[in-house]
Design a protein around this ligand. Structure first.
Ligand code: PLP
Length: 473
């Protein structure tokens, strides 16, 4: 056995040890061991040494670092639009890291490129594209940016070489959409002032009549409407913009229609929730994050495009030292904002292999049922108020007598749970997301127990009444 073989064995041994310790930590310890950054820096000694260490001591050091990292796979993590750990995805991710291919060409990626193409085909067809094009990106923000780039190049082909000229281009997005839309407009030279915030209805869905009014006002003012960003699953309320009605407006005014399904795209996997994405087949492009609801390891996002060839038309560059032989299709680097690119497809493929279509549908159904369970707890509690009926997998509620910000901070500080807050109707509320494959109804019940106990302690209003109402089962 050569030394490489020995060191790989050691890596596998250390990895297993760290992973199993982590699993114990997730089961027994708080979701986070709160420490301020200075204390943590001192405790962990993160300085880079002059002299190297053996793998065993690197592993020991690493194990300590891991222990002070919040446990996003624990059943008490409800903070963001991802959570939990799917073993099959971890397997694919670990193997992809070990293989260390770059996904720009078939020459270097080999079978891994075929995996990507198969996933793009399946996901594209799921959103209703007959012959989908697409590529993996490092996240929904960059998938949305890629879509805006395509829309810009369609509206102003000359910008690719000459830069901007002509009337100002306009992008329409709902007031509830993700901040990355604004960011993309800045990056692409469209400008944040040209992103029009379209009003939403009482459920947080973009109003098609308001979109049309905004387009007409812009046309009258001499602007050039370019793109609609419709959100399928808004970040805070989980609302789905009405895609079919919005597609009618886009067709009428010749706008590029993008669907930001970073969060809600996965709803197509569950026959009972797929109606939320009705109309997605009429879009020009769709973003879908598999690292959110599907449970693939971060990061794993795709930009799906209805018309094949448009990504390459915007992103392919002449690089004879890289793109040698093989078709455009087999060289995904021609469709990507990146050059060297990690393999994000394999972990999704192993996950899909392990769960199958049925398992993925069940996962979605389970999350929805957990969401309804949580919403019912809120409805039944006199000191909690649902601020909206849950549209998807978010439960947004108000806790009587305490600020949501203070409550969420206190839960984290005590290591009880991680949950976030957000603004709804200009008021901070608790935003609970039920997307963690590790979490059960019992975890949800425990979370509400913590919320109400901590709220009671923080509340200046009627602490004893609140404390008595903490559910026991
Ligand atoms: C609706 C929506 N779009 C885009 C994003 C950005 O996705 P990512 O974090 O993968 O960049 C998010 C993130 O939460 C989101 O909720």
């Amino acid at each position: 056995m050569d030394s490489t073989f020995n060191s790989l064995e050691e890596v596998a041994r250390l990895f297993t040890r760290i992973l199993l310790d982590r699993q114990k930590q997730e089961a027994r310890e708080p979701v986070v061991l709160p420490r301020d950054p200075d204390t943590l820096r001192e405790l962990l000694d993160l300085t880079l040494p002059d002299q190297g260490r053996d793998l065993e001591s690197v592993g020991l050091h690493l194990g300590k670092l891991v222990r002070h990292t919040p446990t996003t796979a624990s059943g008490a993590f409800f903070n963001q639009l991802f959570g939990g750990r799917e073993p099959a995805s971890l397997l694919g991710e670990t193997v992809a890291a070990a293989l260390n291919n770059s996904m720009y060409t078939y020459k270097v990626g080999g079978a891994q490129v075929l995996v990507e193409l198969e996933l793009i085909r399946e996901m594209g067809q799921r959103v209703g594209f007959d012959n989908p094009d697409g590529v993996f990106t490092p996240g929904g923000s960059l998938s949305n940016l890629s879509a805006m780039l395509l829309a810009r190049d369609r509206a102003r082909p000359h910008v690719r070489s000459e830069g901007f000229s002509g009337p100002r281009l306009r992008v329409y997005t709902s007031a509830e959409s993700h901040y990355c839309v604004i960011k993309a407009s800045r990056v692409l030279g469209i400008g944040a002032d040209n992103v029009v915030s379209v009003p939403v209805d009482g459920r947080g869905r973009m109003r098609p009549d308001a979109l049309e009014a905004a387009i007409q006002a812009d046309l009258a003012a001499g602007y050039e409407p370019m793109m609609l960003n419709a959100t399928a699953g808004t970040t805070v309320l989980g609302a789905f913009d009405p895609l079919n009605e919005l597609a009618d407006v886009c067709e009428k005014y010749d706008l590029w229609m993008h669907v930001d399904g970073a969060f809600g795209g996965s709803s197509v996997l569950d026959p009972d929730q797929a109606h939320l994405m009705a109309g997605s087949h009429r879009a020009d492009s769709v973003t879908w994050d598999a690292h959110k609801v599907m449970g693939a390891q971060l990061s794993c996002s795709v930009i799906l495009v209805r018309q094949a060839g448009l990504l390459a038309a915007s992103l392919d560059e002449n690089a004879s030292y890289l793109f040698q032989g093989d078709s455009l299709e087999l060289n995904p680097g021609t469709r990507s904002l990146q050059c060297g690119r990690r393999n994000d497809g394999l972990k999704l493929w192993t996950l899909w292999q392990a769960l199958g279509n049925d398992g993925l549908a069940l996962r979605l159904a389970r999350f929805r049922s957990m969401t309804l369970f949580a919403a019912q707890i809120v409805r039944d509690a006199p000191d909690l108020t649902l601020v909206r009926e849950p549209e998807f997998l978010n439960v947004c509620f108000d806790v009587e007598g305490v600020s949501a910000e203070q409550l969420c901070a206190e839960l984290t500080k005590r290591g009880l749970a991680m949950v976030g807050y957000a603004l709804v109707d200009d008021k901070a509320i608790v935003r609970l997301t039920l997307v963690n494959g590790q979490a059960t109804n019992e975890d949800v019940r425990a979370l509400f127990g913590h919320i109400r106990k901590v709220a009671a302690e923080l509340s200046t209003a009627a602490p004893s009444r609140l404390a008595q109402q903490v559910p026991t089962r």
